[in-house]
Design a protein. Structure first.
Length: 229
């Protein structure tokens, strides 16, 4: 059975770092000239360190890595966000498309089986890290900013369950904008705030910016149109 098509990246000019073709080399070539490389030195210091660790990681994985900043962060044990897009823009990494075929797993050797077990453990850590970041954002950003109804917020547990299903880490800025628009709508109309769990089901409807000069009656009509939808 063919695997799902995924987006990967590779290190550009990787051969200059690779000194032999073992599956998991103990070291890679690293040149002192990097110290004098103005382009690298202009990168944020954390990103410089991430790039060096990505070079090492690429040597263990045949220079094919998932284009997933959370996954790479776990793999290189990064303490801060890994800026893969920046490294691609600067020409250190290159996007490639490939597919993974799970049916080949039975034919791999013991070393590959060990790698597979490590991958499963990494996937678990990635999932845990994503869930942690989503929960932190919900508790410390979204929930405390969501408008109260009759002086209180209800349904936090159910709201968080829906949030974890509906929202991705990359949506954080977007959902805060949507919430800002919804709060502005409530200020301009005589509507009570929906329960958060209900709003989360339709939060993307509030992505479009609401202009301050829109009259209240038009905002209310917009809400009725959505409900009748």
């Amino acid at each position: 059975m063919a695997g799902e098509l995924m987006e990967y990246f590779e290190v550009k000019n990787f051969s200059k770092f690779q000194h032999y073709k073992d599956r998991s080399p103990t070291w890679i070539k690293y040149y002192c000239s990097v110290i004098d490389d103005d382009e690298i030195n202009l990168l944020p210091e954390n990103t410089q360190n991430h790039l060096k660790n990505i070079w090492c990681l690429a040597s263990r994985r045949k220079n094919k890595l998932p284009f997933d900043k959370v996954a790479i962060g776990v793999l290189i044990q990064a303490k801060s966000e890994v800026k893969l897009d920046l490294l691609v823009d600067k020409g250190y990494l290159k996007i490639v498309n490939d597919s993974v075929d799970a049916s080949t797993d039975d034919s791999i050797d013991e070393l590959a089986l060990e790698e597979k077990r490590r991958e499963e453990n990494i996937k678990k850590k990635i999932k845990e890290e994503r869930t942690k970041r989503l929960c932190d954002f919900f508790d410390n950003q979204l929930w405390i900013k969501y408008p109260k109804r009759h002086g209180k917020r209800i349904g936090k547990k159910k709201s968080k369950e829906i949030f974890l299903k509906k929202v991705k880490i990359d949506d954080f800025d977007s959902i805060l904008l949507a919430l800002k628009n919804y709060i502005f709508y409530l200020d301009k109309s005589d509507q009570y705030a929906k329960d958060c769990e209900r709003w989360l089901l339709v939060w993307t409807d509030w992505m479009e910016e609401i202009k301050e000069d829109v009259p209240g009656w038009l905002l209310r009509q917009r809400e009725r149109d959505k409900q009748n939808g």
